[in-house]
Design a protein around this ligand. Structure first.
Ligand code: NAD
Length: 497
């Protein structure tokens, strides 16, 4: 069993302090130890970032982008190796792991356009002999804290853009599956990134608190559960930091009576059970408009949920792997018990699944609940597992009210052939990312990603144009070069044209 290392100032660094277990969830065995950084280790990373910043911010944006072009190539060349590491520690299938990496690479491609996105704005002759421009300047040392469920993609939402904007970045990845995140950071180093511009420090609450409390850290990007997002937002903004903290979700899919049901069922299967439901954009509630739609949906879903191909993520041709830890599996089982006790109809029960040859793995089959109602815990809370809840309503308005009343507002979608219904839904729904016949409307890298309500604390969404604004400060410069021969008298009135 190996001890994973930190990456600080371009070097892999051992840590002999506290550590935590990293599991292979398919076998249930501990495969690595991950160090939990002390305050001193975090300070080393901060010091190296601070030292690297003056040269990096003055490196031309086009040169910074060239590092990202090489990084993209290395990521593509190492796709199989990275996917294997993701699958071994997270449990998701290899195809799913490759998919998250591809979506992460999109963000590297966006970062390659740094010279274009950082051009700023220029106005000549705003007054006599006066020109004005606004610049996007980097913040300095910034940090990111990421969740277990996308160990490749979510860090790539953050640091490629922060770095091409001229910042130095400290990443604190999830301690549950850190190996792929570390390998990807090493590839950026190999692509020619100067030492200290990116550090990866592993850890838990202690490491996060050290980043929050460090005055040198000017901004924090967080992605994870809502209680931690809220904690980080309030603690870090109190200290004057810029924060974007993306939290949990409960994503509803509305099925209208005119929807193409077969296509909607295929879409729902992937969106509810893909990655074992451990996605912040997973569909966990299907809202059926009318009993007829609900009955037809249940009839089509049941055989497909029962037939899900489940096994070790690293095997080929599977639909689903295990949950990330035994604790996560038990938590999801607890929700299923709770739903039954609350009176929901458990149509497919995924508990008690045993995968031959992997009896100690953290597996659960797909579960399906019908007749779920809004006061039940399985409706209100994020389950983060392979459980789909069907709620029955009698109109589109009732479906929208239900969604708008929910505390989360990350993603949602509507399945319909009716343009008017779809348009109303897009206009009025209080959710940050909306799909029309698209179950997982995760924006591409040149749009930004973010939820509403308690799914996001902060003003700016992640990556894309919002990401550029988040990782830069505007500076407005007004410049005058008077003509040599002229002399102008003092003006005591406020300057105007
Ligand atoms: P988590 O909140 O447990 O952990 C996220 C990060 O916070 C990790 O790096 C962890 O080490 C750190 N952390 C944990 N406890 C902490 C504490 N007490 N103080 C400070 N830091 C702490 O989340 P997770 O279980 O890794 O990920 C799943 C959650 O993330 C789900 O709620 C999911 O919806 C959410 N998520 C949201 C998005 C989004 O874009 N909105 C994307 C992915 C995941």
């Amino acid at each position: 069993m190996s001890l994973i290392q930190h990456l600080i100032n371009g070097e892999l660094v051992d840590d002999s302090g506290r550590s935590a277990d990293v599991y292979n969830p398919s076998t249930g065995q501990v495969i690595h130890q991950v160090p939990l950084a002390s305050r001193e280790t975090i300070q080393r990373a901060i010091d190296s970032a601070k030292a690297a910043f003056p040269a990096w911010r003055n490196t031309p944006a086009a040169k910074r982008a060239q590092v990202m072009f090489r990084f993209k190539q290395l990521l593509e060349q190492n796709e199989a190796r990275i996917s294997q590491l993701i699958s071994e520690e997270h449990g998701k299938t290899l195809e799913d792991a490759a998919g998250e990496l591809k979506r992460g690479i999109e963000n590297v491609e966006y970062a390659c356009s740094a010279p274009e996105i950082l051009k700023g704005e220029y106005s000549r002759n705003v007054g006599p002999n006066i020109d004005a421009w606004s610049d996007f300047q980097p913040l300095g040392v910034v940090a990111g804290i990421t969740p277990f469920n996308f160990p490749a993609m979510v860090p790539l939402w953050m640091y490629p853009l922060a770095i091409v904007c001229g910042n130095c970045f400290i990443l604190k990845p999830s301690e549950r599956d850190p190996s792929s995140t570390l390998l990807i950071a090493q590839l950026l180093q190999e692509a020619g990134l100067p030492k200290g511009v990116l550090s990866v420090v592993h850890g838990d609450k202690g490491a996060v608190d050290a980043l929050i409390q460090a005055p040198e850290v000017k901004a924090l990007s967080f992605v994870g559960s809502t209680p931690i997002a809220e904690y980080i937002y309030s603690e870090a903004t109190k200290r004057g930091k810029r924060v974007q903290a993306l939290g949990g979700a409960k994503n509803h899919a509305v099925l209208m009576p005119d929807a193409d049901l077969d296509n909607a069922v295929s879409a729902l299967m992937g969106a509810a059970y893909g990655s074992c439901g451990e996605r912040c954009m997973a569909i966990s509630v299907a809202v059926c408009v009318g009993d007829q739609v609900a009955d037809a949906l249940i009839a089509k879903l049941v055989p497909q949920v029962k037939a899900l191909k489940i096994g070790a993520g690293t095997s080929c041709g599977l639909d689903m792997g295990p949950l990330v830890t035994g604790q996560a599996r038990d938590k999801v089982s607890g929700y299923i018990e709770d739903g039954v006790a609350a009176g929901a109809e458990l149509v497919v029960d995924g508990r008690g699944l045993s995968v031959a040859g992997h009896e100690e793995g953290f597996f659960l089959g797909g579960s399906l609940f019908d007749r779920v109602t809004p006061e039940m815990r399985i409706y209100k809370e994020e389950i983060f597992g392979p459980v789909l809840c069907v709620v029955r309503v009698d109109s589109l308005e009732a479906a929208m009210q239900l969604i708008n009343d929910h505390e989360y507002g990350n993603g949602t979608c509507i399945f319909t052939r009716d343009g008017e219904a779809a348009r109303l839904f897009c206009d009025e729904i209080e959710v940050g990312m909306v799909g029309v016949n698209v179950p997982l409307p995760v924006p591409v890298a040149y749009h930004s990603f973010g939820g509403w309500k308690r799914s996001l604390f902060g003003d700016l969404h992640a990556y894309g144009p919002d990401g550029v604004r988040f990782y830069t400060r505007r500076k407005a410069i007004t410049q005058r070069w008077p003509q040599r021969a002229s002399h102008e008298a003092s003006q005591f009135a406020f300057p105007s044209l």
